[in-house]
Design a protein around this ligand. Structure first.
Ligand SMILES: Cc1cc2nc3c(=O)[nH]c(=O)nc-3n(C[C@H](O)[C@H](O)[C@H](O)COP(=O)(O)O)c2cc1C
Length: 397
């Protein structure tokens, strides 16, 4: 069946990543829009992530011949087209039809990384075929046999990097979910039914097509021995492992032979511990403001964390929306950036073509702004320190 975008707005009228959110708000049931958009507690960190990025100003250099400019980067031994990637997002395929595959296909075509979440509805094996060599982000039971089984499963499916999501010792307080009726396991209530019925384009294009073509959604990637449906109470028993600690992270390191990255680091001391257990990289992240509210913004702590990271690859996320945001991240020490919500909104609105459009928009912004900064590539940005932050990076801590 050919997919017809549900909007009268042509793709060319979507001009930046924020535009997807505006359209998604109208398209998605309130419960699902709230699930994607929302932060923890009072949403202080969610707001602050954007403000912290906006506050940093750049000083461009001029007359530097940027005619041969390139935004390619090398990550864990592989060359990628751009310094950003699609962040792991659980339950994406409830928000948009077959959203994990749509994002993976678009990322593969654009030669940028895609990271599959352990909390995804789409299996590791399926995405491994869609995008061989893509990356996985695991939540993990804290026991060695399980870690061994899981790392083997991810390796057998052809993934080339394993991210450990480390900032989820327990689930956070998402009041917006409670207010909007979003629960996991999914509880069909009259309110939720009304919410869905009043968004017929989502109801048909995502809910109906998913049930007809892919069956009842299930969480397939957390526990190799279980695949609970989103309506099952078992879901409660496969998420959140408060006993998980550095010893278990080290076990993953031992069992996983390719790139191993710890996601959710904000403290320089934790960067040092990650290095000590042999991690290849870290993601400086506050989970897009979805875990600890009032956590520091990654862009504020990035430079200091980078200084304690030795030769680990440092990635960063949370609130990056513009090419200039990405450039700020690179200038303060990141090798690349993760971006979440806008790509999921794009997938929900129009599948792969919309995600490709989103990637293209950001690539154009990065190209333009790298050139305006006087940088021929992402490395010059760092090495020649041709970007200065105002206030200075040391004040951004
Ligand atoms: C709907 C949604 C689900 C997410 N699920 C996961 C997940 O399963 N694992 C994970 O490591 N991070 C998860 N994240 C966090 C993202 O990987 C990323 O850190 C964050 O979205 C970046 O912020 P941004 O959305 O402002 O770009 C999720 C984020 C969203 C929006």
């Amino acid at each position: 069946m050919r997919f017809v975008p549900p909007f009268s707005k042509p793709l060319e009228k979507i001009l930046n990543l924020n535009d997807f959110e505006v359209l998604a708000r109208a398209h998605l049931p309130k419960a699902l829009y709230g699930y994607v958009k929302g932060g923890a507690d009072g949403g202080v960190t969610l707001r602050h992530n954007l403000e912290a990025l906006e506050r940093i100003k750049m000083i461009p250099r001029v007359l530097r011949d940027v005619s041969t400019g390139s935004q390619e980067v090398t990550l864990f031994g592989k060359r990628y087209a751009s310094p950003f990637m699609i962040a792991p997002m659980g339950a994406s395929a409830i928000v948009g039809y077959d959203a994990d595959n749509a994002m993976a296909r678009a990322a593969k075509a654009a030669r940028i990384p895609f990271i599959l979440s352990a909390n995804a509805i789409t299996s590791i094996e399926e995405i491994g075929k869609t995008y061989p060599g893509c990356w996985f982000a695991g939540y993990q039971k804290p026991d060695e046999p399980n870690i061994e089984r899981m790392t083997k499963r991810v390796a057998d499916a052809g993934f080339s990097a394993y991210f450990l999501t480390a900032d989820v010792a327990v689930g956070s307080n998402r009041e917006n979910n409670a207010r909007n009726g979003y629960t996991m396991p999914f509880r069909p209530t009259a309110r939720l039914a009304l919410d869905m019925l009043s968004h017929p384009s989502w109801l048909y294009r995502t809910a109906w097509r998913t049930l007809r073509q892919r069956g009842i959604p299930a969480i397939r990637n957390i526990d190799p021995a279980a695949s609970p449906s989103i309506f099952s109470r078992e879901i409660n028993s496969v998420t959140g492992y408060p006993g998980f600690n550095w010893k278990h992270a080290e076990m993953i390191r031992r069992h996983w032979k390719s790139a191993f990255i710890i996601k959710g680091i904000l403290s320089p001391e934790d960067a040092r511990l990650a290095r000590e257990i042999g991690a290849d990289g870290i993601v400086v992240s506050n989970h897009g403001g979805r875990q600890l509210d009032c956590a520091v913004s990654p862009i504020e702590t990035l430079k200091r964390v980078h200084e304690h990271s030795g030769d680990m690859t440092v990635l960063v996320d949370s609130g990056f929306r513009r090419g200039t945001d990405v450039i700020k991240g690179l200038a303060l020490g990141a090798a690349s950036t993760l971006i979440g919500r806008p790509f999921l909104y794009a997938a929900a609105l129009g599948g792969e073509p919309y995600v490709r459009h989103a990637i293209g928009l950001l690539q154009r912004e990065i190209h333009t702004n790298l050139s305006l900064m006087g940088a021929v590539n992402c490395d010059t940005l760092r090495e020649e320190a041709c970007v200065h932050c105002w206030p200075s990076p040391t004040q951004c801590i």
